[in-house]
Design a protein around this ligand. Structure first.
Ligand code: EPZ
Length: 429
């Protein structure tokens, strides 16, 4: 398994082009199952997660062709016919969001058998809201031996679905199913993350009638069929925020291009409070830090437009060397502090109590071998390592590869000393 070695201490200077959003791309790929015509997705990130889903889609009957077009990396997905409505455990467990094929399979063929995704390192992550939404649309759902058996032989029917709390995945899943339902659907208390608008825009380009995505009420008028379309994936706001924090941690000046500052405004305000200079531009943003020590700032994760849980670990890494004490509160997932013991190996001073981490800024971090535990936790170790003295080796880089495209190239192009070491990691599981 690959590892990443980082020698800290270099200031960063240069440009980083942000890729298309992983968490949007994988839902858009699932949307391709809704039509027998080709869906062309441009600005596609090339990641382990998109590969996992492509493998599953191929099993279901999708031809997946990845090329580099005039607008950069693109993927054309074409499912003339669903050859199987079965998503096996082995493929779904590799990537939770594979579960989102359930709705489109059901909408297009009237039946599906999809493995439950199971829990994961950051929390239990149930899918009850997804299933309730599909049931509200008229699906008959049975759970047996770890599988969801869903049937809607006469098709799905529009409904009013009130979510008890905001769920990104359940809102997307309901949208993916309701676009082909008969009649109108209203999603109340829908998630407002920017990926909702991206999915709605793509579905509308395919002939769907979705309004209100990005607000807490989404209205969908079902249509009989969808067509092919071409759609550009929204920039990855988590990758944007991650490199913004990395630049602040290492110091220097980094221009993030092919992205939008408004996608991470809450993070940017917190970074400014801490003493980072942020310049918002039309095609992205520039992050500057001249070397002065940052100040401790508190954050609390929340649904969009609040502080993203997917940026919590990275911000905590930034706070490890700030002046004073900061409190980072996690409210979305129950177990999302696995980076804390690893940051402590680098010399960070953090105590966790319930959903709150208290970080007392230290003067120096010291490189050490550390272990990636999940996608965003692992990148927080890279960020800390950029400012640590000496070398840090991040083991289990496959977590990083799930969601960060060419991370070591993007950082080294700005002067960071980062390299990938191929081969078996030292130390076992
Ligand atoms: C999406 O997960 C993202 N994943 C996550 O990013 C992100 O952290 C999360 O949204 C919150 O922004 C993808 O888009 C693939 P939720 P999702 O449903 O859809 C509970 C990353 O690193 N819940 O909004 O699973 C749930 O347990 C990943 O890229 C239920 O109880 O998040 C959580 O506590 C990690 N029942 C809360 O709701 C349900 O049926 C919010 O989860 C669904 C969710």
């Amino acid at each position: 398994m690959d590892r990443i070695a980082i020698v800290g201490g270099s200031r960063l200077k240069g440009d980083i082009a942000i890729s298309g959003a992983k968490n949007s791309a994988i839902k858009l790929m699932a949307a391709s199952l809704l039509t027998d015509e080709p869906l062309r997705l441009t600005n596609m990130p090339r990641l382990a997660d998109t590969r996992f889903l492509a493998n599953l889609l191929r099993r279901l009957g999708t031809e997946v062709v990845e090329t580099v077009g005039p607008d950069g990396p693109q993927t054309v997905l074409h499912t003339p016919e669903i050859v199987s409505s079965f998503a096996p455990y082995d493929l779904v467990r590799q990537m939770r969001a594979s579960f989102n094929v359930l709705g489109p399979l059901l909408a297009r063929t009237g039946h599906a058998k999809v493995s439950l995704p199971g829990g994961c390192a950051i929390g239990a992550r149930p899918v009850d809201l997804h299933l309730k939404a599909l049931e509200a649309l008229g699906a008959h759902i049975d759970l047996n031996e770890g599988y969801v058996y869903a049937q809607a032989p006469r098709g799905l029917v529009g409904a009013r679905i009130e979510f008890p709390f905001s769920s990104v995945g359940a809102t997307e899943h309901a949208m993916l199913a309701a676009v082909l339902a008969r009649g109108d659907t209203i999603l109340v208390n829908a998630a407002r993350e920017p990926e909702m608008e991206d999915l709605a825009e793509c579905l509308n380009a395919m002939g769907a009638r979705v309004e209100g995505a990005g607000t807490s009420e989404i209205r969908i008028r079902g249509v009989a069929r969808l067509t092919g379309a071409s759609h550009a994936v929204i920039p990855d706001r988590i990758e944007t925020g991650t490199y913004a924090v990395a630049a602040a941690m290492a110091g220097g000046e980094v221009r993030l291009t092919n992205t939008r500052a408004d996608l991470i405004e809450t993070l940017l305000v917190k970074m400014e409070e801490a003493g980072v200079e942020v310049e918002r531009r039309n095609d992205g943003l520039t992050i500057r830090r001249n070397g002065a020590r940052l100040q401790a700032v508190n954050v609390e994760t929340d649904v969009f437009p609040g502080f993203a849980t997917d940026l919590q670990a990275q911000f905590m890494a930034l706070m490890t060397m700030a002046e004073g004490e900061s409190v980072v509160k996690e409210t979305i997932f129950e177990n999302r502090f696995m980076h804390v013991p690893e940051l402590a190996r680098l010399g960070a001073d953090i105590t966790v109590s319930g959903g709150e981490a208290r970080i007392r800024g230290v003067d120096t971090l010291q490189g050490a071998p550390v272990m990636a535990t999940d996608l965003r936790a692992s990148v927080s170790l890279v960020i800390a390592a950029l400012a640590a003295k000496g070398e840090t080796i991040v083991n289990r880089v496959y977590h990083l590869d799930r969601g960060f495209e060419r991370l070591e190239q993007k950082l080294s192009a700005c002067g960071a000393e980062v390299r990938r070491i191929s081969g078996p990691e030292d130390g076992g599981d």
